[in-house]
Design a protein around this ligand. Structure first.
Ligand SMILES: Nc1ncnc2c1ncn2[C@@H]1O[C@H](COP(=O)(O)OP(=O)(O)OP(=O)(O)O)[C@@H](O)[C@H]1O
Ligand SMILES: O=c1ccn([C@@H]2O[C@H](COP(=O)(O)O)[C@@H](O)[C@H]2O)c(=O)[nH]1
Length: 238
C-alpha cells in the first residue's frame, strides 16, 4: 500500500456534506461516517487538520440583505462552522480519536481560540485539529480559511472534500457535458475561472506553492483512498 508522501494534510470539509440526505443541518449518521473516514486517514500515519464549512446551516452571501449587513451575516456563517466542528469533535471522541476543536473567532467558553503554535502542538501529539471560523474575518469563505491554515500549519496539501469528485471544465451539477481534470495548475483554474473554490483560496495556495486535491467526501473511505493514491480526484499543482 503506497501512501502518498504527505506528513500533514489539511482537509477542507464541506458543510453541505454533513447534511447527508437532509436539506439542512447536521445528520448524525453522516457525521459518524465522516469521523470514521478521518480516523482511517490518521491510521495511515498522517497528521490531519480539518477546516469545516458551514453551508449546511448558513452562508453569509445568501442571508446578507435580509435585514442583516454582510459582516453580520458572515458572523452567523462562521458560528455555523463552530456548530459543525463541535459535532465532529464529539463524534471523533466517541470513536476514541483524540481531537481538538479550535476557532478563528474567539469563543473561549465553547472551543479553544485558534493559535498557530497551539494547533501545531496538537498535531504533533497526533490529535486531529478541527478548525472553525474560517479565516476569522467576514467577506471570506472556509475555502480561503483552508488555504490559509494549510499554509500556516505547514501542511503538504489542501484536500477539498466536497460533493463532486474533482474539478470539471464547468459545474457538473449544471452542465452534464463538463469533463473532469486529473491534473491542472493553479494558474489554469484561476484563468478559466473554474468555480470549485473562490479565487482568493486558489491565489493564496498558489502563492504558498501549496498543492490542492479536490475529491468527493460523499464516498465512504474516499479520503484514505486518495491518500493511498487510489481515489478519483483532481490534483492542482503550481
Ligand atoms: N468547475 C467546477 N468543477 C467542479 N465543481 C464545481 C465547478 N464549478 C462549480 N462547482 C460546484 O462547486 C461545489 C462545491 O463548492 P461549494 O462552495 O458549494 O461547497 P463547499 O465549499 O464544498 O462547502 P460548503 O457546503 O460548506 O459551502 C460543487 O458541489 C459543484 O457543484
Ligand atoms: O473566513 C470566513 C469563513 C466563512 N465565513 C462565513 O461562514 C460561511 C460558511 O462558510 P462556507 O465557506 O460558505 O462553508 C460563509 O458563507 C461566510 O458567511 C466568513 O465570514 N469568513
Amino acid at each position: 500500500m503506497a501512501v502518498l508522501p504527505y506528513k500533514r494534510v489539511l482537509v477542507k470539509l464541506s458543510g453541505e456534506a454533513l447534511m447527508g440526505g437532509e436539506a439542512f443541518g447536521i445528520d448524525r449518521a453522516t457525521v459518524r461516517r465522516i469521523a470514521e473516514d478521518v480516523i482511517e486517514a490518521v491510521k495511515l500515519g498522517v497528521e490531519v487538520a480539518v477546516v469545516v464549512g458551514g453551508g449546511n446551516i448558513f452562508r453569509g452571501s445568501q442571508i446578507a440583505g435580509m435585514g442583516l449587513s454582510r459582516p453580520a451575516a458572515d458572523s452567523m456563517g462562521m458560528l455555523a462552522t463552530a456548530m459543525n466542528v463541535i459535532a465532529l469533535e464529539a463524534q471523533l471522541a466517541s470513536l476514541g480519536q483524540s481531537a481538538r476543536a479550535m476557532s478563528g473567532v474567539a469563543m473561549p467558553s465553547v472551543v479553544e481560540t485558534y493559535t498557530r503554535q497551539q494547533a501545531m502542538e496538537h498535531l504533533a501529539k497526533d490529535r486531529v485539529v478541527l478548525l472553525a471560523g474560517g479565516t476569522g474575518n467576514p467577506f471570506f469563505t472556509t475555502d480561503t480559511g483552508g488555504a490559509l491554515r494549510a499554509a500556516e500549519l505547514e501542511c503538504n496539501v489542501l484536500m477539498k472534500g466536497t460533493q463532486v469528485d474533482g474539478i470539471y471544465s464547468a459545474d457538473p451539477k449544471k452542465d452534464p457535458a463538463a469533463t473532469r481534470y486529473d491534473h491542472i495548475t493553479h494558474d489554469e483554474v484561476i484563468r478559466k475561472d473554474l468555480k470549485i473554490m473562490d479565487t482568493a483560496a486558489f491565489a493564496l495556495a498558489r502563492e504558498a506553492r501549496l498543492p490542492i486535491i479536490v475529491f468527493s467526501i460523499q464516498q465512504p473511505g474516499s479520503l484514505a483512498a486518495v491518500l493511498r493514491g487510489e481515489g478519483r480526484c483532481t490534483l492542482v499543482t503550481p
